[in-house]
Design a protein around this ligand. Structure first.
Ligand code: PLP
Length: 378
């Protein structure tokens, strides 16, 4: 008997399930360039901070729902330093159990059933599933390569729309946006009374200019909030730590919802987060590692015949291919043992692309390129 709720049944298949099934059937050793999970360990200065904090019994008790004030103050300092944006630690900052916690729950606190939510395609699959779970209706916003994978704001029908997910630097396309784009976005949001949910999970993985914040724009804080992740910036994906900042009414609504869902973030993890934000060089080194891998992969794939535009941020290469992205990924896996993610996993407008991830060591990336060169026709 299928006891799943109608709501759960209405979700699309977990997008990476198909490729996971394929991987299981492959006998040779696999090089996985499909996943977006940093392979390098969390830096030692963060780990030792957790070890110290765990000896303090206060961290063994329930933490405050809105996180330690000391963490919120550290986030405010980081925001001032990074974006020159001043935030109140009292009501404009909320630590999260990873940014996915906020992204997947925010709609429960700001939309009503049958409200539309603008969902970018291709995009992080959680935007769509979170919309469906919260009773909203996803309205797809195509991100096209000819527009730099930015939404065409003039072509969006805003009727009935309550919220708009955006993500720059972008997964999967690696696109970035400018302050000018964000200025237009804030006007669009104001004019149409739409809440902007800006996902900055990759804000610190860049190789060019520093990616901007929505809150740098005048009036930005009136129209939305933005999400940050410790997972990608400090290799802390397993620790489950993130935060959101911005409009106090929206932040407080999310907090109010979350008091009913979880009981906060382990105190020792919060102390580790405070230390992480005090970083004095680790993140710069992390960017150098990804840049080196990017150079190896980009030049290698170019020499195999792929059309490569160098990304300015994220640890992804999103490359056009001929035909079905799933068939391409399947053939690549069978012929070479290299796993990539088909663009279709990120939505119908991702079709015709595949995503390579830089979360494997240099030698694995070199070997992947060598295998493709030797045994694959693109
Ligand atoms: N946003 C984007 C665009 C992502 O790619 C991811 C993870 O892959 C997340 C958010 C969630 O990150 P976390 O919950 O680990 O902070």
């Amino acid at each position: 008997m299928n006891r799943r709720s109608d709501r759960l049944k209405s979700l699309p298949e977990y997008p990476f399930a198909r490729i996971t099934r394929l991987k299981k059937g492959v006998k040779r050793d696999i090089i996985d360039l499909g996943i977006g999970d940093p392979d390098l360990p969390t830096p030692e200065y963060i780990i030792s901070s957790l070890k110290n904090a765990i000896d303090d019994p206060i961290t063994h008790q329930y933490p405050p729902y809105n996180g330690y004030l000391s963490l919120r103050k550290e986030i405010a300092l980081w925001y001032k330093k990074r974006f020159n944006v001043s935030l109140s630690p009292h009501n404009e900052i909320l630590p999260l159990l990873g940014s996915k916690d906020g992204i997947s729950h925010i709609l429960f606190s700001i939309i009503n059933p049958s409200d539309y939510v603008l969902v970018p395609d291709p995009g992080y699959p959680v935007y769509k599933s979170a919309t469906i779970l919260a009773g909203g209706i996803p309205k797809i916003v195509p991100l096209l390569s000819q527009n730099g994978f930015l939404p065409d704001l003039d072509n969006i029908d805003p009727k009935g729309c309550k919220a708009f997910f955006l993500n720059y630097p972008n997964n999967p396309t690696a696109a970035v946006c400018s302050l000018d784009f964000l200025k237009n976005l804030v006007s669009f949001a104001r004019k149409n009374n739409i809440i902007i949910l800006f996902d900055l999970a990759y804000s610190e993985v860049y190789f060019d200019e520093k990616p901007p914040s929505l809150l740098q724009i005048e009036g930005g804080i009136d129209v939305g909030i933005e999400f940050h992740s410790f997972s990608k910036t400090y290799n802390m994906a397993g620790w489950r730590l993130g935060f959101c900042v911005g409009n106090r009414d929206i932040i407080q609504s999310l907090l109010s919802l979350k008091t009913n869902l979880d009981s906060g973030i382990f105190g020792a993890v919060q102390h580790a987060g405070i230390s992480a934000l005090k970083d004095e060089g680790f993140v710069e080194e992390m960017r150098k590692v990804y840049k080196r891998r990017l150079d190896i992969l980009a030049s290698g794939l170019s020499s195999c015949g792929f059309k490569v535009d160098m990304p300015k941020a994220t640890f992804y290469l999103f490359l056009p291919i001929k035909g079905s992205s799933f068939d391409f990924s399947e053939r690549l896996l069978k012929d070479t043992g290299v796993v990539v993610t088909p663009g279709i996993s990120f939505g119908e407008y991702g079709e015709g692309f595949v995503r390579f991830s830089l979360t494997s060591p240099d030698d694995k990336i070199e070997e992947a390129v060598a295998r493709i060169k030797k045994g694959f026709r693109i």
